[in-house]
Design a protein around this ligand. Sequence first.
Ligand SMILES: [Zn+2]
Length: 190
Amino acid sequence: MSSLNPSLPTVDEVTPASPAVVQLPRCICPDPTTHGELGDTVTLATKADLRMTLVANKAIRWLKTENPKASVAEVLAVLTETYVRHFVVAWSLLRREGKKLVPLELNHETIEAQLLSDVECAMLVGEAADQRFNEVILSPLLKAASTSSPDSSTDESTSAPKLNGHSPTSARSKRSLTTSSPTAGIVPTA
Ligand SMILES: [Zn+2]
């Protein structure tokens, strides 16, 4: 009766469940001739799970503890690097084992050695990850920052992210990133 309502879309239909595949402009395998002209692909997680969300939140908290004057740009940069380090779930990279090519293991060391070391490719993955995860990762932080004030009430409007008049989605536009700081609300006014 109330448990199944066929007129309501399932969660999968509402959220884009397709993994984000980022096409790189070249092969970044340990042996770059592996894919010739064909670029490698890096696949980001479909959505941020608990561990990914915690890693991202703790990375920001660590930065703000280490450097309370960290700028919004620095916070966003740490976040993007965290995505590249922790939100990649698959890639096309191969390594040579004897005469065979075998998939290159995806772990902290290989991500650092093959992806983070290539700034152009890491930026591509980072930008795709920003678009996919910034909103979901930053929204709770913005909410926490805006509700931490003593006079916060149950009023919905007080818990809305403070984005200097921009909606959270406008953070995707490059213009709003340069002209204002959509994430200024996450910086605690200590
Ligand atoms: Zn390759």
